[in-house]
Design a protein around this ligand. Structure first.
Ligand SMILES: [Cu+2]
Length: 157
């Protein structure tokens, strides 16, 4: 009897925390919506902390490590988000995710592959494993009904 009184507020509390996280993620995504005209193409690649967006034409690509901090020597998942120029999610794309270490001339020990689209425009990438620390370059491409976008991301582990 008295336990039931304790449990309900706990369950409610957990629900509120989860919603809070979901809203924060959505807000973080929305904050990336471009408000100004495209900046001139920079020669420097975007440096990736744990997630990064590359705005492109016709598509904007965002990558997110599902595991944080990004691990070395552990197979883990990434997520690739694809948006159109107006910021809306683009579903049904064919997404490719690969990485190389340009300074060492090798790639990943496994071949990452897209295993699903858990939300519209959000693609699950499995089989990502960085074999060592150092400078990696992620090569991501999305083919959405003939609109093709490539984006490279720098990653230092
Ligand atoms: Cu290496």
């Amino acid at each position: 009897m008295s336990l039931a009184w304790v449990r309900w507020p706990l369950l409610l509390g957990v629900g509120v925390v989860s919603i809070g996280i979901a809203v924060r993620v959505l807000v973080a995504g929305a904050a990336d919506t471009p408000k100004s005209p495209q900046a001139p193409e920079s020669s420097a690649l975007p440096t990736l902390a744990e997630s990064k967006t590359v705005r492109g034409n016709p598509l904007t690509i965002r990558v997110d490590s599902v595991v944080r901090p990004i691990p070395v020597g552990v197979t883990h998942q990434w997520a690739v988000m694809v948006q159109s120029a107006d910021g809306s999610a683009v579903p049904g794309c064919s997404v490719r995710f690969d990485a190389t270490m340009p300074e060492h001339g090798h790639g990943l020990p496994l071949t990452p592959h897209t295993t699903g689209e858990p939300a519209a425009g959000r693609y699950r990438i499995e089989g990502v494993r960085f074999s060592m620390g150092g400078y990696w370059r992620l090569n991501v491409a999305a083919d959405c009904d003939g609109s093709v976008q490539r984006a490279d991301f720098e990653l230092r582990l």
